[in-house]
Design a protein around this ligand. Sequence first.
Ligand SMILES: *[C@@H]1O[C@H](CO)[C@@H](O)[C@H](O)[C@H]1NC(C)=O
Ligand SMILES: *[C@@H]1O[C@H](CO)[C@@H](O)[C@H](O)[C@H]1NC(C)=O
Length: 282
Amino acid sequence: MAWFMFIVYVLFCSFHVSLANDLSKSIDISWGNGRGQMVNNNELLTLTLDRGSGSGFQSKNEFLFAKVQMRIKLVSGNSAGTVTTFFLSSKGDYHDEIDFEFLGNTSGNPYILHTNVFCEGVGNREMQFYLWFDPTADFHNYTIFWNHQHIVFYVDDIPIREFKNFQDKGVPFPQYQAMRLYSSLWEADDWATRGGLEKIDWSQAPFKAYYQFYNEDGCFWYNGYPSCTPNSNSWLWGNFDYDYAMKGKMKWAQDNYMIYNYCQDSKRFPQGYPLECYLNTY
Ligand SMILES: *[C@@H]1O[C@H](CO)[C@@H](O)[C@H](O)[C@H]1NC(C)=O
Ligand SMILES: *[C@@H]1O[C@H](CO)[C@@H](O)[C@H](O)[C@H]1NC(C)=O
């Protein structure tokens, strides 16, 4: 009897898991002419870049506040000149955008994880990091967390960057336009690797990035109205103000792995930094 129950349990669970991981339920391959594909019962998505073009996908849903997560394994080997993106964006000239961009490198040299936040078409809020692991060796979990109080970029369970909502102090914050998730793999060898010095090596093509376990939660945007999941009520309003464990993890990532912070680039802002740079205390 116990044995029988075990079999039933295993059958039920594997059925359940495969349903949850079926990427085709929540994602559309949006460009690339067959270079983007879902395989293994739609549990694995691959994006490809070759001489012809790159490829990309997007979420079926749009959100006004969301937590989106995906496990990604980046282009391995000589990935110089390639860029893999994973970002939320609204549409139009005055769009909002929350970006992860992974800038490839020559074999054995580190990727740069580039992050940015755009409000109403204006970005210029770049922060860049090295990673504390080889992002091409295995899948890692990348999360964009966006609620009323802040935007947080997570790598696995480490928050690497927080962009707080200081709208009441005059800093723009994305909160009026619904955004969709997008991801792409494309060529940007005029700037991506060592500022454009390392060109893409087409003899290594096709370049491939791998994705699995897409997870989205929050307020889904249907016909002009947000509809929040019951689960999202618990996180729609919180921030890190009193979460010292999270702040500690973020400090660790920034102290050890941050290689560029617009709020410390005095050459770029000779007249003074953007306002949020003075309001953030870490
Ligand atoms: C991804 O990370 C989030 C936040 O740390 C976690 O809740 C989730 O379980 C992770 N998912 C996977 C598939 O690792
Ligand atoms: C590539 O490697 C070089 C040398 O280690 C490093 O300076 C650079 O930051 C790395 N990443 C990119 C994307 O250029």
